[in-house]
Design a protein around this ligand. Structure first.
Ligand code: ADP
Ligand code: MG
Length: 542
């Protein structure tokens, strides 16, 4: 509880409001897209909450209503969604939870004007777009399951007020006091065309009040359920942008329907650039699960975490609409869908290997994530290895393990690799001199995950993966020992002397024929963590 209170925006919000209102002036219409998207999210949320709490059940015919009032110069967007408590109003609309304003500002400055609108959605700051067209914004909200309602209001200039209010049912009304230069947003036809353009695929009905009548504004088609032949590339791309908040075109689009033992439709995308803020922290796939069009959850982990760069929708007939979290965890239906969808993504990647240049784009964006599959997924380890690409001492550009094996010397039975921070440095590293001099190819691995997967993978096409920095003797079989008796005698005095001098720093000093022009090289002991892994462990304080 609590009474009326006026609070300052967090400093971040203040700056952000400035940015949004000024930088996006020419694209003001997107405020509606953002408010309708929030209303749809809130309605989805309530539907899901109701599965475990009947008191939050959605009313029959839940929808999103847009009501322009020309005379009063008010535009109201109402929903039957989950609503917000007092605390939620304060934390969701008074602070910025997710991302830094500074990063947003920089992106905004660098972006082409036509790309700017998508940045708003990408940064999770959509609500504030309302201040582009409104002098004042009022939010009246009642949390589903609660009796009380609250009014949040602000003129977007530093502070907002929160006070008790009333609302007959749960949900949210957002009322905009439209600016004098924004009349167009009080015109039902103009609003209609904005919804068509930006929000057509919102799955809940959107209506606009027009001459006292509610008119349907969106088609609400579940694009993914239409046959491929009835969907245009433009529609797919528009949906992709809506779904991902990216403004590129997809690198790959997978749209198919499974029929027979399993029934589902899927529409998946792989972006052609690494989305800004593609978060390393969220390790889970966010594929959206729908049941007969209805959004259920994006936490069903339909794809393994190492395919988390794939985005999209899977819609099935094989689950009940009221499927609960517990059921999602237990059902074999989901396990079958996971297998089918994962297989489809992998086979599409395999097909695209043929176009090396296009694949390189994909690999630069998402390769380090895909490679995690070799580390943590025994089922797909070998398949992921086949899809992986590497820099190498022997070829320009990227190469695969199968190609490496084809190039191996007859007497060679291992795939050699070296790990470090930078492939250019590795290419010139003394660690691989002896290999290069003997014409033996070495893979140059520089991603963090590269310290982990080779040991897990173990072998590829029967060839052991072997770190050049571990073990010293492999080169013997490629070149005879050319040491003279005199050199041997020198070594016999030098080695004990070095060993004594470095006693506390190292385990052993040995002669090696791995080097050609360098005098010495540091090696990790056989079987121990390799040098790069040791560095990583030291950095993380282990
Ligand atoms: P985002 O939608 O990306 O989280 P927004 O700035 O659009 O960022 O919205 C901020 C938050 O405010 C939302 O995450 C949600 O929690 C809350 N919110 C906004 N609009 C509504 C609404 N109509 N009903 C319930 N909650 C809402
Ligand atoms: Mg939003």
């Amino acid at each position: 509880q609590g009474g009326s209170e006026t609070k300052e925006f967090s400093a971040e919000v203040g700056r952000l409001l400035d940015l949004v209102v000024h930088a996006l002036y020419s694209e003001r219409e997107i405020f509606l897209r953002e408010l309708v998207a929030n209303a749809a999210d809130a309605t989805d949320r309530r539907r899901f909450e109701a599965l475990t709490d009947g008191a939050r059940a959605l009313p029959e015919g839940a929808k999103i209503r847009i009501n322009p009032d020309k005379d009063a110069r008010l535009l109201t967007i109402s929903d039957d969604g989950a609503g917000m408590s007092r605390e939620e109003l304060v934390s969701n609309l008074g602070t910025i939870a997710r991302s830094g304003t500074r990063a947003f500002g920089q992106q905004l400055e660098n972006a082409k004007p036509e790309d700017r609108p998508s940045l708003i959605g990408q940064f999770g700051v959509g609500f504030y777009a309302a201040f582009m067209v409104a002098d004042k914004v009022e939010v009246v909200s009642r949390r589903a399951g609660a009796e009380v309602a609250w009014r949040w209001s602000s003129d977007g200039r530093g502070s907002y007020t929160i006070e008790p209010a009333s609302r007959e049912t749960a949900g949210t009304d957002i009322t905009l006091h439209i600016k004098t230069d924004a009349d167009e947003f009080l015109d039902p036809y103009r609003l209609q065309s904005i919804i068509r353009k930006w929000s057509d695929h919102i799955a809940w009905p959107v209506t606009i009040m027009q001459d006292g009548k509610e008119e349907a504004a969106n088609e609400g088609t579940a694009l993914w359920r239409k046959p491929r032949s009835e969907v245009t590339t433009e529609q797919l791309e528009e949906f992709y942008r809506h779904l991902t908040h990216n403004f590129d075109t997809p690198w790959e689009t997978l749209h198919w329907r499974a029929e027979g033992t399993m029934e589902f439709s899927a529409l998946l995308f792989i972006p052609s650039s690494r989305p800004f803020e593609f978060s390393e922290q969220t390790r889970e796939s966010r594929i959206r699960l729908h049941v007969r069009r209805m959004f259920i959850t994006d936490e069903a982990e339909i794809l393994p975490s190492w395919l988390r760069f794939v985005q999209g929708v899977v819609d099935t007939e094989d689950l009940p609409l009221n499927v609960s979290r517990e059921m999602l965890q237990a059902t074999p239906v989901l396990a079958r869908i996971r297998k089918a969808v994962t297989g489809k993504v992998l086979s599409s990647l395999k097909a695209r290997l043929e176009d090396a240049q296009a694949y390189e784009t994909f690999w630069d964006n998402f390769g380090p994530i895909l490679k995690e599959g070799m580390w943590d997924d025994p089922t797909y380890r070998t398949e992921v290895a086949g899809l992986s690409r590497f820099r190498s001492s022997a070829v320009d550009g990227l190469t695969g393990l199968a190609d490496y094996v084809n190039r191996m010397k007859p007497e060679q039975d291992a795939i050699y690799y070296v790990t470090g921070d930078n492939t250019d440095v590795l290419a010139a590293s003394p660690q691989i001199e002896g290999f290069k001099a003997r014409g033996i190819e070495v893979l140059l691995l520089s991603d963090a995950v590269d310290s982990f997967w080779p040991e897990r993978l173990g072998t590829y096409e029967g060839k052991t993966l072997r770190n050049v920095a571990q073990g010293l003797n492999d080169l013997d079989k490629f070149a005879p020992d050319t040491e003279t008796a005199a050199q041997k005698a020198d070594m016999d005095t030098l080695l004990p002397a070095l060993k004594a001098a470095l006693e506390n720093e190292i385990t052993d000093v040995r002669a090696t024929d791995r080097l050609v022009s360098s005098a010495m090289v540091l090696s990790a002991p056989e079987g121990g963590p390799d040098l790069q892994l040791r560095k990583l462990m030291q950095r993380s304080g282990q």
